[in-house]
Design a protein around this ligand. Structure first.
Ligand code: SF4
Ligand code: SF4
Ligand code: SF4
Length: 199
């Protein structure tokens, strides 16, 4: 009789993994959003209401705030949810999530996001990428790096003059940041959307 193959059990995500997912993030809104998203993806077991319903609602509200469409009512809701989760969660996982949110809520970032800026430039809705013509050497590295065909421009070649300058088509740009990393000349800047019109 042949032996039944041993099925490897998938490793369960725990709160350490949730914390690891936010360790490189700086913006308190992004940190909260990713923390709650990761918590909901597995450690949250759904056994008690303040945690189960609260974390889902918190995620919706945090997404709005990060997308630049949040209002004071959304921040107040996250505060209320965190307070209720701290009080009513039955286990340490729910309480730790509440504490994480409460710490983030103490920073100035929630107010700043309501006013239209993300200090850390991690919430992509608040930033745009732009080519600085004075620094651009027409190498085309950014265009090669862009998977969304969002960069117009012509590479410099020795036998001709008159080039189409490099420019980011904002409507196509998904703000992945690949061009920013690819440009070794510092010719792509990441600026706040509401300041873009001023410079
Ligand atoms: S507080 Fe704990 S037990 Fe209750 S739903 Fe959240 S993870 Fe489950
Ligand atoms: S990578 Fe930088 S220098 Fe090269 S074309 Fe793009 S913006 Fe210009
Ligand atoms: S941020 Fe991403 S999508 Fe936008 S232009 Fe740069 S590489 Fe393309």
């Amino acid at each position: 009789m042949s032996e039944t193959p041993k099925i490897e059990e998938a490793t369960k995500k725990d709160m350490k993994d949730v914390l690891a997912a936010v360790k490189d993030l700086k913006c308190p809104i992004q940190r909260s959003l990713v923390f709650v998203e990761e918590f909901l993806s597995e450690p949250m077991c759904g056994k008690c209401h303040p945690c189960a319903l609260g974390s889902y609602e918190a995620l919706v509200r945090l997404k709005k705030i990060a997308a630049g469409t949040g209002k004071q009512a959304d921040v107040d809701a996250v505060q209320r949810i965190a307070d209720q989760m701290l009080e009513g969660s039955r286990c340490i996982k729910g309480k730790d999530t509440a504490k994480f949110l409460l710490t983030a809520l103490k920073t100035a970032s929630f107010q700043e996001h309501l006013e239209g800026h993300c200090e850390e430039h991690e919430c992509t809705s608040y930033v745009i990428y732009r080519v600085v013509p004075e620094k651009c050497v027409l190498c085309g590295l950014c265009q090669e790096a862009c998977r969304y065909n969002a960069i117009l421009g012509e590479k410099k070649v020795s036998y001709r003059s008159g080039y189409l300058p490099f420019e980011i088509r904002q409507k196509r740009c998904v703000k992945c940041g690949d061009c920013f990393t690819a440009c070794t000349y510092g010719a792509i800047e990441k600026i706040e959307e509401n300041k873009a019109a001023l410079v």
